[in-house]
Design a protein around this ligand. Structure first.
Ligand code: HEC
Length: 402
């Protein structure tokens, strides 16, 4: 087994063991809820982020688990096999003594009650819009309107706010981000570096702001590097289709590719393409006739949502709201969503057609920018690459598959 596969396995094991323990304590009534979910009761947790960065640590832990597991098997055998009890126990003790226990300082890291909390938002477009408004009101003064940490107050602070576009939000456990925003941050001497927002933001609002920050960070990265260095889920929205009554979530098509066309620009011809399900996203207010025009042109599925248009346009790195009056930054954008619901590629209005450069979520961040990028190879090649490089979420820190 190569080291990345081993790291992946250990990550899964560690998370499953810790979540299992939390579920057990919850079932026994020993993990009373904090911020709406069972609280992690211990002051530390396994530092899975270190396991991912440090292959040596992962190998050491794997060896320890192997030896400790064998020692346990010997001990159990000793219980059953009376005649060989002492040699077996001696063997178990020797194995345990030999097993190199990895340094606890690397293997464990301080935890908070919300360390294993999961965001309940589902990255839903309406929540993102609410979060963006809260962000501009509460956070932008320090973190900057675009999340780059250059707000008007930033220079006056004892510590400069971090830039969020470098992937910081994706490297942290989301529950720990929730905790930091609610409780605030301190330096090593205990002096506050960022105020806590527990008195101003509810738990739901804080989750919404964290979604909004991810949108800003991904958009900033799309603008500057033509890449999302971390995988971005397609914001959720409910879609109406000609063949079925009632709205359906985008996740209805999990397992199939989706193309999201933001109405207002030229429609793709033909509008239905066998390679994916096409969804047309229009604006809510009249005189938007983008959806009507798309339906006339034969589009099967559509939705009108200003919140979703705002979220998708910002993910593509469009300035929002538009600095040019009367210009709609969302009009004519197209997105490809892979079979697992990840946003993978963006095409802008006026582009001659899809090319490998449109792949914003790819295995090597920034690779598409390089002059060595393959020549324009169209939608088929792009789809082939998207399928061949599925996102591996398990590898928190290095999420795009090789
Ligand atoms: C008064 C200025 C200020 C305001 C207002 C502010 N922040 Fe911060 N924020 C900071 C500073 C400074 C840091 C870096 C602190 C440190 O590393 O000790 C920071 C760090 C962070 C981090 C990174 C935490 C980590 O894990 O490293 C997040 C996330 C964050 N802020 C979110 C928010 C959100 C969300 C809001 C609004 C609800 C907000 N901040 C409002 C100054 C501010």
């Amino acid at each position: 087994m190569d080291t990345p596969a081993l790291q992946n396995l250990l990550l899964q094991l560690a998370q499953a063991a810790q979540r299992g323990l939390l579920a057990l304590l919850d079932a026994l009534g020993l993990a009373p809820p904090v911020h709406g979910q069972p609280a992690w009761p211990l002051p530390w947790r396994v530092a899975v982020e270190n396991l991912l960065i440090d292959g040596g640590l992962a190998r050491e832990l794997a060896l320890w688990l192997l030896l400790a597991g064998t020692a346990l098997a010997f001990a159990l055998l000793a219980l059953a096999w009376q005649r060989r009890r002492w040699p077996l126990l001696a063997g178990a003790a020797a194995l345990l003594a030999l097993a190199p226990w990895p340094p606890a300082a690397l293997l464990f890291t301080p935890a908070v009650p919300t360390s294993f909390h999961r965001s309940p938002t589902g990255f839903e477009a309406a929540g993102i819009q609410r979060g963006l408004a809260l962000y501009q009101a509460q956070c932008a003064a320090c973190h900057g309107a675009d999340g780059r940490g250059e707000g008007p107050l930033a220079a006056s602070l004892p510590r400069w706010p971090p830039t969020l576009s470098a992937g910081l939000l994706w490297k942290r456990a989301e529950g720990e981000l929730l905790w930091r925003v609610q409780q605030g941050l301190h330096d090593a001497q205990g002096r506050p570096t960022m105020p806590g927002f527990a008195d101003r933001l509810s738990t739901d609002d804080t989750w919404a702001v964290l979604d909004a920050m991810k949108v800003l960070a991904a958009g900033d990265s799309a603008r500057r590097q033509a890449a999302w260095p971390w995988p971005v889920a397609a914001p959720r929205l409910a879609v109406e289709c000609a063949d079925a009554p009632g709205p359906r979530p985008l996740s209805h098509w999990r397992g199939q590719r989706l193309r999201l066309v933001l109405a207002g620009g030229p429609l793709p011809q033909p509008i239905e393409d066998p390679r994916f399900v096409t969804v047309v996203l229009g604006a809510e207010a009249p005189p938007d006739d983008g959806v009507a025009a798309a339906r006339q042109a034969g589009a099967d599925c559509s939705v009108r949502s200003d919140a979703a248009r705002a979220a998708y346009a910002q993910l593509a790195g469009q300035a929002w709201p538009s600095p040019v009056a009367g210009r709609d930054p969302a009009a004519g954008l197209q997105f490809l969503i892979d079979r697992d619901g990840w946003l993978r590629a963006v095409s802008r209005p006026g582009a001659p057609g899809w090319s490998a450069d449109d792949l914003l979520c790819r295995a090597e961040p920034g690779a598409g920018n390089a002059t060595t990028a393959p020549a324009r190879d169209g939608l088929d090649a792009l789809i082939a690459r998207m399928d061949a490089e599925p996102v591996q979420v398990a590898r928190l820190g290095l999420p795009h598959a090789r």
